[in-house]
Design a binder for this molecule. Structure first.
Ligand SMILES: Cc1ncc(COP(=O)(O)O)c(C=O)c1O
Length: 397
């Protein structure tokens, strides 16, 4: 038995994670590349689902973390620390908003946004107690807490976790008429992924986000944009909502905000919205800790240069051009934006991701038939071309 087989057997036997992993055990990573325990190198075309947008162990981010590790990493939430004010100020500025509420995981940030919308609905909009509703979309993925899975439409994510949290209405993604029909005076928010990631990189019809924005304004509901996977450079702009010049009321951020080093998430909105929380009403032990803030500040500084958005735009256009030229009969459709693609196949995507792995490229299926590609935004053009060559080979079977 190889070391790799031993380690895989241990995780299969003793771990309750069930991500249906590819048969690889990663030991090291650098930039867009990872190395397994046997010393084989692979190009990472998934980037931890957009959490390593800036590459594995990005030197700037590692340096920021190191500096902070030598100073202070965690304080009681009862005390302020010198990274907090600058982090919330700089992130608010990047988003063009007034206030930031830092959390840790994406799901926590989504929960925070849902609580914000309800509290705002009751205290500002004047919705009668217990009547608030929030609209969500078919195919959504916003995390795995009991409330969030209550409005999931994926049986794997949802089944056997009831009773479910009430107060959500789910309509087809991209369907403006259905959204309009579902909204009423008690609607406090519309929770939307500007591009659905886990559902298979589903890009909504052009004008959809603008219509959501307008309907929210008309009905006095908050537009809650879950940019956890789509945001922070992934689609070629800072936020995926930017493609339609849409500014939501609430940005929900995570994944890449932690620079691939640690979980950092946040909810960002104006003071008339996030200001509904008074001291003691919401928080987290680790949310906004000094290490997270130091890393988050560096992420914001890197995004401010526009360099990563530009790479995603240019390399993404190249990637989509090449994907569009794939001659395989297996390929049904290619969706996506920037360095992000869902390649819809006529058959199962799993065998293709397994063949790709043998060829030295890591990508993964989402649902049965979609192959998702989301390389780190630091990927070199030659490496990207090489990965796409391997994809062509893998599709030949
Ligand atoms: C759009 C979106 N929202 C929320 C989440 C949940 O984030 P986390 O896994 O950090 O809780 C994810 C994770 O994939 C996501 O893609």
């Amino acid at each position: 038995m190889t070391r790799s087989d031993q380690l895989r057997a241990m995780s299969e036997e003793h771990s309750a994670h069930n991500y249906h992993p590819l048969p690889i055990v990663i030991a090291e990573a650098d930039g867009a590349w990872v190395t397994d325990v046997e010393g084989r190198r692979y190009l990472d075309m998934l980037a931890a689902y957009s959490a390593v947008n800036f590459g594995h162990r990005n030197p700037r981010l590692v340096e920021a973390a190191r500096r902070q590790l030598d100073r202070v990493t965690l304080v009681s939430r009862a005390f302020d620390h010198d990274q907090f004010g600058p982090f919330v100020t700089e992130l608010a500025e990047l988003c063009g908003k007034d206030m930031v509420l830092p959390m840790n995981s994406g799901a926590e940030a989504v929960e925070t946004a849902l609580k914000t919308a309800r509290k705002w609905g009751y205290e500002v909009k004047g919705v009668p107690a217990g009547q608030a509703n929030i609209i969500t979309f078919d195919g959504n993925f916003h995390g795995r807490t009991t409330t969030i899975v209550s409005f999931s439409t994926d049986p794997d994510a949802k089944d056997s976790y009831g009773p479910y949290t009430p107060g959500f209405r789910t309509v087809p993604y991209g369907d403006v008429a259905a959204l309009k029909a579902a909204m009423d005076d008690d609607t406090v928010g519309v929770l939307v992924e500007p591009i659905q990631g886990e559902a298979g990189v589903n890009v909504p019809p052009s004008g959809f986000l603008r219509a959501v924005r307008e309907l929210c304004a008309e009905r006095g509901a908050l537009m809650l944009a879950d940019e956890i996977q789509a945001g922070l450079g992934r689609t070629g702009t800072t936020f995926a909502c930017d493609h339609e010049d849409v500014v939501p009321d609430v940005y929900i951020l995570g994944k890449a905000l932690g620079g691939g080093l640690m979980p950092v998430s946040a909810v960002v909105a104006n003071a008339d919205v996030l200001g509904v929380f008074k001291p003691g009403q919401h928080g987290s032990t680790f949310g906004g800790n000094p290490l997270a803030c130091a890393i988050g500040r560096e992420v914001v500084a890197m995004l401010r240069t526009g360099e990563f958005q530009e790479r995603s735009r240019e390399l993404g256009a190249h990637m989509h051009r090449r994907l569009g030229e794939l001659s395989s009969d297996l390929v049904q459709e290619v969706r996506g934006r920037g360095l992000w693609a869902g390649v819809e196949l006529h058959g199962r995507a799993r065998p293709v991701s397994e063949r790709l792995m043998e060829l030295g490229v890591l990508a993964k299926e989402t649902h049965e038939t979609t192959l998702r590609l989301a390389p780190p935004l630091v990927i070199e053009r030659e490496d990207l071309d090489w990965a796409l060559d391997q994809l062509e080979t893998a599709l030949k079977g």
